[in-house]
Design a protein around this ligand. Structure first.
Ligand code: NDP
Ligand code: MG
Ligand code: MG
Length: 341
């Protein structure tokens, strides 16, 4: 069993002795900046001129500076802008402000793993990656709990980069839940694989096919929505609590038998071969190149695919149904049915 680090393994005073700049105030950025501040850390937020998030950060009482000024002031810089803009932000506004002994932190290893950012040798380079969406990271911290983090050290110039990463993880609630040490390569490749094959790509496609199969056979879209999307959360909650076994224990014997006989018919061995192909594209950089090349082209493919996803009939059905669900909390940051965000 791999080693897990908890609150007692991390010294909060290390991060409390640093000047931290959180670059970006989106999903992860707001969670890190606010929880660092609440943990007694000297934090400032770095944003581009004319940034949409500036007002939000200032409304929380945070100091907001242009990225270059935040990077100059700080001795620990956590880059939490979207992955595709990090190399540009780093080159234009961070690289020149790194001093020997500074630390450069990431929430995901993408830009280091694929070489889009190459930091100088005299700074610590580390990763603190919460294994959950930023809004949950913050919600759990405020509830006195935390989301598990991965930490990794790519470059240990100070000889104390791991202690620093653990201290940072403690300040955002990670060590309350448990922290696992990994490498930038392992974090990046497994994160991309998980989101592409199972969590986002796999699950989304599975739900869409299920919805299409039922509605094309003439069943009501609302019933199909409940069966293939809404109930998924309840099933996944059981899996998180007690593994696949607990889910099978809780459902009816009919459902459990159907799971055994039909699961492997739907997700057959061919799917595993496809997963291996996806993993290969992640490992050899094919996916990273496709993503970054498209970004350089204005994100044309990305925006087309996003539009196609939002136009799928399951979204319109869900939009109407969810208006009837008073218990589903609407997220302020997310506007339904709009491609522009
Ligand atoms: P977001 O898309 O939520 O980040 C948006 C923020 O970045 C906004 O404040 C935005 O400002 C700012 N930003 C965008 N472009 C620039 C720029 N050129 N210069 C300065 N600021 C800019 O990012 P995420 O939180 O999703 O991801 C951040 C990092 O965390 C990534 O490395 C990601 O892989 C990682 N991660 C994300 C998770 C998540 O939950 N989303 C989970 C774990 C890791 P504005 O408002 O002006 O647009
Ligand atoms: Mg990811
Ligand atoms: Mg049922």
């Amino acid at each position: 069993m791999t080693h897990l680090y908890y609150d007692d393994d991390a010294d909060l005073s290390i991060i409390q002795g640093r000047k931290v700049a959180v670059i970006g105030y989106g999903s992860q950025g707001h969670a890190h900046a606010l929880s660092l501040r609440d943990s007694g850390v000297d934090v400032r937020v770095g944003l581009a001129e004319g940034s949409k998030s500036k007002a939000k950060a200032e409304a929380e009482g945070l100091r907001v500076l242009p990225v270059a000024e935040a990077a100059e002031e700080a001795d620990l810089i956590m880059i939490l802008t979207p992955d595709q803009v990090q190399a540009k932000v780093y080159a234009e506004s961070i690289a020149d402000h790194l001093k020997a002994g500074d630390a450069l932190f990431f929430g995901h290893g993408f830009n280091i793993r694929y070489g889009f950012i190459k930091p100088p040798a005299d700074v610590d380079v580390a990763l603190v990656a919460p294994k959950g969406p930023g809004h949950i990271v913050r919600r759990e911290f405020e509830a006195g709990r935390g989301v598990p983090d991965l930490i990794a050290v790519e470059q240990d110039a100070s000889g104390k980069a791991k202690e620093l990463a653990l201290s940072y993880a403690k300040a955002i609630g990670g060590t309350r839940a448990g922290v696992i040490e990994t490498t930038f390569t392992e974090e990046t490749e497994t994160d991309l694989f998980g989101e592409q094959a199972v969590l986002c790509g796999g699950a989304s496609q599975l739900i869409q096919y299920g919805f299409e199969t039922l509605t094309e056979a003439g069943y009501k879209p609302e019933i199909a929505y409940f069966e293939v999307l809404h109930e998924l959360k309840l099933i996944v909650d059981l899996m998180v609590e007690g593994g696949i076994a607990k889910q099978r224990w809780s459902v009816s014997d009919t459902a459990e038998f159907g799971d055994y006989v039909s699961g492997p018919r739907v997700i057959d061995a061919h799917v595993k071969e496809n997963m291996k192909e996806v993993l290969k594209d992640i490992q050899d950089g094919t996916f990273a190149k496709r993503f970054m090349d498209d970004q350089a082209n204005g994100g044309k493919e990305f925006l087309e695919l996003r539009k196609k996803g939002e136009d799928h009939p399951i979204e319109a059905t869900g939009r109407e149904l969810r208006k009837l669900f008073s218990w589903i909390k609407q997220n302020d940051d997310y506007t339904e049915g709009s491609v522009a965000r």
